[in-house]
Design a binder for this molecule. Sequence first.
Ligand code: AP5
Length: 236
Amino acid sequence: MSLSPVVPEKRPAEELNRAVILLGPPGAGKGTQAKKLAAKYAVPHLSTGDMLREHIAAGTELGAKAKPIMERGELVPDSLVLRIVADRIEKPDCSHGFVFDGFPRTVAQAHYLGELLKQHGFRRPIVIHLVVDTSLILRRITGRRMCKVGGEIYNIYERPPKVEGRCDNDGGELAQRPDDREEIVGPRLKAYEKQTEPLVAYYTRLGLLYDVDAAKSVEEVEQSVWKTLHLARGGH
Ligand code: AP5
């Protein structure tokens, strides 16, 4: 019988030494859980959505190409996304692993990532599949607000800030993402079903995928993610 491990506050990054991939539909809680996991191991949280939004905010050429596509709720072409991921994992802070949120998102991206991880000498990744019914997604997405300063994620229905419109951590202004409008949720879900969901079968075939029930509270999902990771790493 395996004991359910208590979620620790901190663990050494050397213990992880690989990529963890959080896979799931928009609003599943990938960003919320990725931040917690990355903070526990003090490894980078790599969100391709955040990276693309940073390019948009900085007014780069890549950002200008990505912006209209993201606002329509479609996927940005692999060629743009792969470039930013390859550059990012070259950085020294990635040497003990990282937590991906929103990447890979197509089978082509997953192939590419597999090769990239091999080249960098990482072990095979652990893929945590956050399973949540679409009926919960609309409320999660339309209720989301993000801190413009530190990126903390809130939800006006489920996890409101203490002061309306302000981050509890740093007082930063909370904003809604342009693609979190109700009419964009449908296209985002369609893109997920068509282009990203095939990754569930892909990683299952490779024996790397673990399901986690993401319909529960943030704390319960955090506990399940931790337990799953513990088991996937061989119970140590
Ligand atoms: P991206 O930023 O990756 O968005 P997404 O995948 O659609 O996912 P979300 O950020 O909407 O949701 P999440 O699962 O992270 O949920 P969160 O934790 O925030 O991508 C945006 C766009 O960029 C894409 O559409 C595409 O155009 C482009 N893009 C990005 N990566 C790409 C790639 N690799 N290839 C091509 N294009 C790419 O939680 C959501 C809300 O729910 C929050 O309010 C939160 O507080 C709440 N919540 C979370 N967990 C719970 C819980 N357990 N119970 C109750 N509420 C919860």
